[in-house]
Ligand binder design. Structure first.
Ligand code: 3H9
Length: 694
């Protein structure tokens, strides 16, 4: 018997404990251990078996790190069936999450008990999969199709109480799971309660309307993802097929999905979410205390940052230049918090305390007690320096001084203080209380515990932090400005902005670059061009049509007109832009691109610049780029990120393409040295991620 699954007798009860930290994932050794435990149970005189998980949860699901490798016996569906086919009752006692395969093990048992903290969920679609060990066949038999349709395509989960209400569990208990489980198992033994196999229940009722509705919803929501609709298909199979055939159908679907790039992309993203905060220079570094945050500037960004901190239970002092501006900031924050209550992100009872934790002030001295100050004022170096000089004068020793700049030199800002070790960049994305990404911009002198505090803050705010070095635009905006540049070049060569947007949307991003420009406001791009004008390389192109649009007051959504016109919530291409484009195209070779070529160029520009960002150490690893693009720029999660996309396409082919475009435009299409080296060495970006982890 493997140690990872323990078998022990407590009187008439055989207790089977899964002890595979950190999440009791169902790797091969656990499956083998469970198999052997139930062989042993069949052969001894124990009356009832009890399955429990050791540690903080029951079972976190199948072992995700095994996916994509050759499958190892015993397979999980067979383990569940082996448990279920026991001739003596089996009880599962669940505490904490029982996810995916964890739920399926519980469904294989004959009785289920949950402690109050238990959660039952099928997150498989979030990994590009469907339940693969009978979940889609057993759950609907037990609960009817509606709860399964609510849970499986969404990858959702429910509480112990909800599980009780739909019949997924028999009992919810207080206290320690093992004690409660043993009491329940003894009761079953004493009563001589029968074996109850979920697989022997009749097919659940087919509900045509419910399936049609689920399909309609997920066709819209899935945006290119295959798994959610497949999850609906396998639940439907449970309504019409005998159990064994339903299991075969589910298995076929699971194995098909296991083979897809979407599964690979989503699992890449899953592990990256966890790896991104693992930085060797932060190991063992304790973060500073953080309870009170100062925010300087109450515009959209500052108010969003303040909202995010208040939602996380921090107290906030927001500084504005005068009372009127402070009042305006307060009402923006109140509206943000009220909207958070509506979206279910903040309990109604927490609204008042959150508002009470906000102070709006007009005097720097009021920030003296803050543990961290985040500046969110106008993007201008002189203005920023003034703010930092003032902060330096009032903030207590050991406080952290952060700038929310999206591209300015954090080293220069830190230089405006006498404590550069306490200065860091915290680049939030707008709206700051909604967007998940936080770029943590580490300057030359930033102290390690300041960086560790920034990562701790991100966790507290429910955000994903990515470490970035200092350069114009950091990881995300620097790469963005390059692929935007590629799009502008496509326009000059005859491709329309609307075709580019459509191709990029079809690739899986929520918006193309020109729709995005309209949303953000075309004045932002204009200002960026102005700022860079003095240092622009003469070989670079200037999107002159963009300047003209700015001068005409076509600033995008906020003026009702940009690359699109906006009427009654509907966007249509603004054809008045055409003559401006025609004018700009004069003298350029015309070669309009089809959708695949658009995507290829756009992505090649993204990957090529990202390779530079990695080589320069701005991003530590390719995975930091992937996470940045996923959480800050809407890159489709099921593609994993641009670096995984590049690996999947083949770096050699990508480099060949870039070299072929280099002939026409040697300024823009210079291959990144790292890309060239990887191709020469036959390595990939994923290899770099792996080497960094070793
Ligand atoms: C499935 O079950 C398919 C079946 O239907 C059919 C099969 C045939 N495997 O998140 P944390 C690692 S699909 C391997 O920080 P928390 C994680 O990488 C599976 N490793 O903990 C991290 O490693 P490290 C369905 C896993 O307490 C460490 O454990 N299941 C797995 O915040 C701690 O993770 C899921 O999709 C795994 N299944 O949250 C559940 N899970 O320390 C995915 C975690 O090296 N997991 N790790 O960085 C979760 O949602 C959360 O981990 C959980 C705990 C809620 C369980």
């Amino acid at each position: 018997m493997t140690e990872i699954v323990r078998y022990e007798r407590q009187g008439t009860i055989a207790v089977v404990t899964i002890a595979n930290p950190p999440v009791n994932a169902l790797g091969q050794a656990v499956r083998q251990g469970l198999w052997e435990a139930f062989d042993r149970f069949a052969g001894d005189d124990a009356a009832v078996a009890l399955i429990v998980g050791e540690g903080k949860l029951f079972i976190g699901g199948a072992d995700i790190s095994e996916f994509g490798k050759p499958p190892l016996e015993p397979f999980l569906p067979d383990v569940c069936t082996h448990i279920e086919s026991s001739r003596k009752p089996v009880v599962a006692a669940v505490h904490g999450p029982a996810l995916g395969g964890g739920c399926e093990i519980a469904l294989g048992a004959h009785y289920r008990l949950a402690t109050k903290d238990a959660r039952f969920g099928f997150p498989e679609v979030k990994l590009g999969l469907v339940p693969g060990a009978g979940g889609s066949q057993r759950m609907p038999r037990l609960t009817g199709v509606a709860p399964a349709l609510a849970m499986m395509p969404a990858g959702g989960s429910i509480s112990a109480q909800e599980a009780l209400e739909i019949g997924l569990v028999d009992r919810v208990a207080d206290g320690d799971v093992r004690t409660a489980g043993l009491a329940f198992a003894r009761e079953i033994a004493e009563k001589g309660a029968p074996v109850r196999r979920v697989s022997e229940l009749p097919n659940p009722q087919f509900d045509e309307g419910a399936f049609a509705e689920a399909r309609a919803v997920w066709k819209k929501k899935a945006r290119g993802e295959i798994a959610p609709l497949k999850a609906i298909d396998v639940v439907e199979a449970s309504t019409r097929l005998p159990f064994a055939e339903g299991m075969a159908e589910e298995r076929r679907c699971f194995l098909d999905l296991l083979d897809t790039p979407q599964r690979a992309g989503l699992i890449h993203a899953f592990f990256n979410d966890r790896k991104v905060a693992k930085l060797p220079d932060l190991e063992g570094v304790a973060p500073r205390t953080l309870a009170h945050v100062g925010v300087i500037g109450g515009g959209t960004m500052g108010a969003g940052i303040a909202t995010s901190c208040l939602l996380a239970g921090l107290s906030v002092t927001l500084l504005e230049r005068d009372d009127a501006a402070a009042d305006k900031a307060r009402s923006t924050i109140s509206a943000n918090l009220a909207a958070a209550v509506k979206r279910g992100k903040l309990a109604e009872s927490r609204l008042e305390p959150a508002l009470a934790a906000l102070a709006t002030v007009t005097d720097y001295a009021a920030l003296g007690a803050a543990d961290l100050a985040i500046e969110a004022v106008f993007e201008d170096m002189a203005v920023k320096k003034e703010v930092f000089t003032s902060l330096d004068a009032v903030m207590k020793p050991g406080a952290i001084l952060a700038t929310n700049t999206s591209y300015l030199d954090v080293n220069e800002i830190a230089g405006a203080t006498a404590r550069p070790g306490d200065v860091i960049g915290l680049h939030f994305f707008s709206p700051a209380h909604v967007m998940k990404l936080l770029e943590v911009v580490v300057a030359d002198s930033t102290a390690a515990d300041v960086t560790a505090t920034a990562f701790a803050l991100a966790r507290r705010l429910g955000k994903v932090a990515v470490r970035s070095g200092v350069c114009d635009g950091f990881i995300g905006n620097r790469i963005l400005s390059t692929y935007r540049g590629a799009a502008d070049r496509m326009i000059l060569e005859g491709t329309s902005p609307w075709d580019i947007d459509t191709a990029i949307r079809d690739f899986g991003l929520p918006m193309g670059p020109f729709e995005m420009g309209d949303l953000a406001g075309l004045d932002i791009n204009y200002m960026t061009r102005q700022r860079k004008a003095a240092t622009r390389d003469p070989r670079d192109i200037v999107p002159t049509w963009g300047d003209e649009m700015y001068h005409k007051g076509w600033l995008g959504r906020k003026t009702g007109r940009g690359y699109y016109t906006y009427q009654d919530g509907k966007a249509s291409p603004n054809k008045d832009v055409e003559p401006l484009l025609e004018e700009a195209r004069k003298g350029h070779r015309q070669r309009p691109l089809g959708p695949d070529e658009i995507v290829r160029r756009y992505m090649a520009a993204m990957v090529n610049e990202a390779a530079r960002v990695v080589e320069e150490g701005i991003a530590r690893r390719p995975l930091d780029v992937d996470v940045t693009l996923l959480y800050g720029y809407g890159f489709p999660r099921w593609r994993g990120g641009p670096m995984l996309w590049a690996d999947t396409q083949g770096l050699a082919g990508l480099l060949d393409d870039i070299r072929s475009w280099e002939t026409d435009d040697p300024y823009f299409w210079q291959p990144a040295p790292l890309l060239v080296r990887l191709v020469e060495e036959g390595r990939t970006f994923s290899d770099l991620n792996r080497e960094d982890a070793q």
